[in-house]
Design a protein. Structure first.
Length: 460
């Protein structure tokens, strides 16, 4: 790609636009989109030159693959005629995604540039709730009737198929547009010409609801392994289809959002390099402030147990070990459960099954860490004697504490996502840093409470 970019730059600087256009005509839309993004980073304004030299088909297909910030910049640099030509030829779902990102005033101006037919399509899609499947779908599909023959279907495809987003699946509708089945195009191609559509039907189909959340489309596509699915309204009328490429985009957005929340960052909702510094700081600082106040509780807990610390300073040595064990275990559990909930491996009703597994896991892992803690104190005592005559009680305190904090970290980390999900809050909000902070505070309370019981009359 770098060699191509250097050649493109040299042609632009030499004003050899005919040669440049010949090179661009041989490229795929994805390669052109990547080229424009690279030029945007290193040679601002060159990407506009490249885009203007593209033929109509390449300009539309490449434009659909560009990130919003570059799309917006290109629209600013183009005349109304060029903009109208691109927007009219864009896939309705990609055009809707672009319009969603634009300010209302700009969107209305662009809507007015569309042809009357495409303007109506755009308004219909924008009329669905934000983040709904209706905003994700395209009305470009091939619908057929039950009484048609295979010959009729093939003629219909030849006439209208070029407008369809995909021809892999044909949708059978009855009077009024109600969806009653879908048929793989291969079945039609392999059937005899006189075969009727109703002879190919099996009355088995899966459809999305236009008002459902877009995440639901991701789950259904994963479950049924389809490349396209029909979308119906509340009356079962076929209103569009959703294709796998759009679902991939949503899945990527959701995964990115979850990863950001797991790191205790509010979802950025736009690329890292284009988000304003003020907005970036605002989205990062909220949870950092919340966690800061949480850590202040840790300081409060230490202050509360300062008498115990003053009597047995040796207890302070193991504080990092205790709080890190509980925090790490809680973060592990939270991450595993959040991901399992997100991809549908577990549901709310599975909470008790999860708890049983986590209790058993916590007992085993806690016992392992507790044994290692006991061994550490025993070895150091035998080598140096630094823990004194009460080393065995100190080792017991460590063992029991590690078992308790690991158990608590495991249970809190796995249960919190279920609670948030039940309250209608994104489980990813129970981020690893949040669970870790909660485990720090409770871990100290558990540690000193156990120490007060075990070491009473000896070190305390």
């Amino acid at each position: 790609m770098m060699e191509l970019i250097e050649k493109i730059i040299s042609l632009i600087e030499a004003r050899k636009f005919i040669g440049l256009r010949k090179i661009l005509d041989r490229l795929e839309p994805a390669d052109i989109a990547e080229l424009i993004e690279e030029l945007k980073q290193s040679y601002p304004d060159y990407e506009v030159i490249v885009f203007r030299l593209l033929n109509q088909d390449l300009s539309v297909r490449s434009f659909e693959l560009l990130p919003f910030d570059i799309q917006n910049e290109l629209l600013i640099g183009l005349g109304d005629k060029d903009i109208a030509s691109i927007l009219d030829e864009m896939s309705p779902d990609d055009r809707t995604e672009l319009f969603e990102e634009l300010p209302g005033k700009v969107m209305r101006r662009l809507l007015n540039l569309l042809s009357p037919e495409e303007r109506q399509v755009a308004k219909n899609l924008l009329g669905y709730p934000e983040d709904s499947i209706g905003r994700l779908m395209t009305p470009d599909y091939v619908a057929i009737k039950t009484h048609w023959s295979v010959q009729d279907v093939l003629e219909h495809i030849r006439k209208f198929g070029h407008n369809s987003e995909t021809l892999n699946t044909l949708y059978v509708i009855e009077k009024g547009g109600k969806l009653i089945d879908d048929i793989d195009v291969n079945e039609v191609l392999l059937a005899k010409s006189e075969t009727k559509v109703n002879e190919l039907m099996d009355d088995q189909f899966v459809a999305l609801s236009a008002l459902d959340d877009q995440e639901e489309a991701v789950n259904i596509f994963q479950k049924h392994d389809r490349v396209a699915l029909p979308v119906v309204n509340t009356k079962g009328i076929l209103v569009g289809i959703v294709t796998i490429d759009d679902v991939f985009d949503i899945a990527e957005e959701e995964a990115t959002e979850d990863m950001q929340k797991l790191a205790a960052v509010e979802a950025l909702d736009e690329p890292y390099m284009t988000i304003s510094l003020g907005k970036l700081i605002r989205k990062r600082s909220f949870w950092l402030i919340v966690l800061f106040f949480g850590q202040m509780l840790t300081a409060t807990a230490l202050d509360y147990f300062q008498d115990e610390l003053s009597k047995a300073l040796v207890l302070a040595i193991f504080i990092p070990l205790i709080i890190s064990s509980g925090g790490n275990t809680g973060s592990q559990a939270a991450t595993l459960i959040i991901r399992a909930l997100t991809i549908g491996e577990i549901r709310l009703r599975d909470w008790w099954r999860v708890m049983r597994r986590e209790i058993l896991s916590g007992l085993i892992i806690g016992s392992m860490l507790g044994a290692l803690g006991f061994l550490r104190i025993a070895v150091v005592q035998n080598l140096t004697g630094q823990y004194g005559e009460h080393w065995f009680l100190l080792a017991i305190t460590m063992t029991v504490t590690l078992l308790a904090v690991v158990m608590w970290g495991t249970l809190s980390g796995s249960l919190l996502p279920f609670i948030l999900k039940r309250l209608g809050i994104d489980p990813a909000t129970s981020s690893a840093p949040l669970v870790s902070t909660l485990s720090d505070v409770t871990g100290l309370v558990i540690y000193f409470s156990i120490a007060a019981l075990v070491l009473k009359g000896s070190l305390l």
